[in-house]
Unconditional design. Sequence first.
Length: 122
Amino acid sequence: MFGKKYNLVVGLTTFDVNMLRISVPALGKLGKKFLLIVHNDNPTITITRRQIRALGYRGDVRIINSAENVGTFMARMAIVAAALRDAPSADWIVFCDDDDILTDVDIPRVSPDNFAVVRNMA
C-alpha cells in the first residue's frame, strides 16, 4: 500500500520524559496532519506510543529510543534520517525540545531554493 504524504515533520528531542507533558498535549491540539518523530536521548527510559497517546497526541508517531546519550545535534540528525526514511516528500522539518509548546504549524510560502534555520532565543 501507499504511505501517507506528509508536508511537515515535527522532530521532538527529549531527555526528561516528564517534560513531554508540556509539548505533546499542545501538538495534539493542532489538528493538522503531520508526522511526529520523538527522539529519546535518555538510555535508562524507554518511551512507547502508549505514553504519547496518553498525553493526547493521536497522529502518526515514530519513536527513537537511543541506547546512549548522544546530545542534541546527533539526536536531530537521527530525526532527519528518520524523516528522510519515513516521509521523504516532506517539505519542512520543525525541531522542538521537550519543554517547547508548538502552537502553530502553518507552512510559509518560500522558493524551493531557500533554506533557513530559525531559532527562538527566548
